[in-house]
Design a protein around this ligand. Structure first.
Ligand SMILES: Nc1nc2c(ncn2[C@@H]2O[C@H](COP(=O)(O)OP(=O)(O)OP(=O)(O)O)[C@@H](O)[C@H]2O)c(=O)[nH]1
Ligand SMILES: [Mg+2]
Length: 468
């Protein structure tokens, strides 16, 4: 059996990345003031740079924090701080790495970075530290992507999903699938090369093994849709008759005057989407134009967008005016949304309750209150969170897909295997089936980065921030 790791590392060694000869530096902490800022340096000149810009009574020892002074090119003191040195290959990037922990002022961080640059480093590109980690085999591509996901995570479920991706479980799973396809390919190749000595593998057995791999791929593919909800949020359409307080509710939930609010009905014409991080999940709140029967042309276009938002959203947040007798539109919308996951709020309780009292049995559990009241907002949030809790999520202890790119690669593999399967059943020649298997193996290799080309890597690491 061929070893996919071994094969690819020799391939990579034959094509050295010239840029790793350079030493890179960047501020690793976010811009702005904080307790500390970290400037990170990685590459072959790290020790020399450390000698130039860090002064201490004691020599730097790997993985030990050393107290000292950071100095600029003229030997002028910039700050007192800590230096952490990691010797290659025992570091994040696999190279010599220096971390300078300085006081968290943007000016100090910048001066420290400039000192490192004038001592021989160049400014790191986005994700370049992680890219080097990948290049030196410290991390597979799917795990590298999890680093970006982790940084972007907005809620605790997304954090857990990304953190689980860091461990390389997906790459191991995909490597195992690749290995079993490799095995089939070798059996086919032997039968093609030595038709007299080697018996061709039985097509029935091959078909069964391909089906096994496809079943596992299909199972992995389902983790993509579910994972996306965790990361990107659940769409919630805020719908209701004009002037019910939909935009007011959006603003109140966000704690920000995001949408225009006015006493004249028909204020919102276009849909507005904003993200709201709840404790365990993220919502994509979509404020819509109020639905009313006799609308002018411009309004009608807005209402059409509302209809679309309602169709596409997972949850509906229906807002109606509690103080007025229920309008024809309000009744129609309540009836329409009965079958789906929704939260109903009878708003403007401070002005009256005629509408709330006149509601149907089906709306008996609707919320009654005002968007101006904190308790009502808390109740809306809780009701949304409860609906989400019962929904499907991914099992984070199992390998799962983290990005659209990974899902695409998996789909490519699946397509190639579907062809292979068909070809087998149709009794096609072995080399045709081999071609399909090779395409599937290649697609899986792209997923883990074992066969990723430079362009793909550029695209992936461009998403990172500088300093990561
Ligand atoms: N008294 C009171 N007024 C409210 C409440 N909620 C909203 N309003 C007012 O109702 C009016 C309409 O609010 P909007 O949030 O613009 O209503 P909307 O549903 O977005 O309206 P359209 O965008 O026109 O469909 C504004 O003047 C708000 O200040 C409430 O709970 N109590
Ligand atoms: Mg509005």
């Amino acid at each position: 059996m061929s070893n996919p790791n071994g094969a690819s590392s020799s391939r990579r060694a034959a094509r050295p990345n010239p840029s790793t000869a350079e030493t890179i530096a960047a501020v690793a902490t976010p811009p702005g003031r904080g307790a500390i800022a970290i400037v990170r340096v990685s590459g072959p000149a790290t020790r020399e740079i450390a000698a130039q810009i860090f002064r201490s009574a004691r020599a730097l020892r790997p993985r030990r924090a050393t107290n000292g002074a950071i100095v600029d090119a003229d030997g002028r003191r910039i700050d007192e701080g800590l230096a952490l040195f990691f010797a290659a290959p025992h570091s994040y990037t696999g190279e010599d790495v220096l971390e300078l922990h300085v006081h968290g002022s943007p000016a100090v961080a910048r001066e420290t970075l400039i000192a490192a640059l004038s001592a021989g480093a160049r400014l790191a590109g986005p994700g370049e530290f992680t890219r080097r980690a990948f290049f030196h085999g410290k991390i597979d591509l799917a795990s590298a992507e999890s680093v970006a996901e982790l940084i972007a995570a907005e809620n605790s479920a997304a954090v857990r999903a990304a953190a689980a991706g860091l461990s390389g479980g997906l790459a191991r799973e995909v490597d195992a699938l690749r290995a079993s396809l490799d095995e089939m390919l070798e059996e086919l190749a032997a039968a093609i090369d030595f038709p007299d000595e080697v018996e061709a593998p039985s097509s029935q057995r091959l078909a069964a093994r391909i089906a096994e791999v496809r079943a596992r791929i299909a199972q992995l593919a389902t983790t993509w849709e579910r994972g996306r909800v965790v990361r990107e949020g659940v769409a919630v359409a805020i719908v209701g008759p004009p002037n019910a307080g939909k935009s007011s509710l959006l603003n109140a939930l966000l704690g920000d005057e995001r949408a225009l609010v006015s006493e004249s009905p028909g204020t919102t014409r276009d849909t507005i989407e904003e993200r709201l991080a709840l404790d365990r999940s993220t919502l994509r709140l979509i404020d819509t134009a109020g639905i009313r029967a006799h609308a002018d042309r411009l309004e009608a276009a807005g209402i059409e967008r509302t209809e679309r938002a309602l169709e596409q959203a997972r949850l509906a947040l229906v807002v109606v005016d509690a103080s007025l007798a229920l309008s024809e539109e309000a009744r129609a919308l309540l009836t329409r949304t009965r079958g789906r996951e929704r939260v109903v709020l009878f708003n403007k309780a401070d002005l009256g309750r005629a509408g709330y009292d006149g509601r149907d049995q089906a709306e008996s559990d609707a919320l009654f209150g005002s968007v101006r009241d904190a308790a009502t907002l808390a109740a809306v949030r809780d009701a949304l969170a409860t609906l989400l809790e019962t929904s499907e999520t991914i099992d984070l202890s199992r390998p799962h897909l983290g990005t659209a790119r990974q899902a695409d690669a998996l789909l490519d593999a699946e397509r190639a295997l579907a062809y292979a399967h068909e070809a087998l059943i149709a009794g096609a020649p072995a080399d045709l089936i081999s071609g399909d298997l090779m395409r599937a193996i290649r697609a899986l290799g792209e997923l883990t980065g074992r066969e990723a080309d430079e362009r793909l890597l550029d695209a992936i690491f461009a998403r990172f921030c500088i300093g990561k």
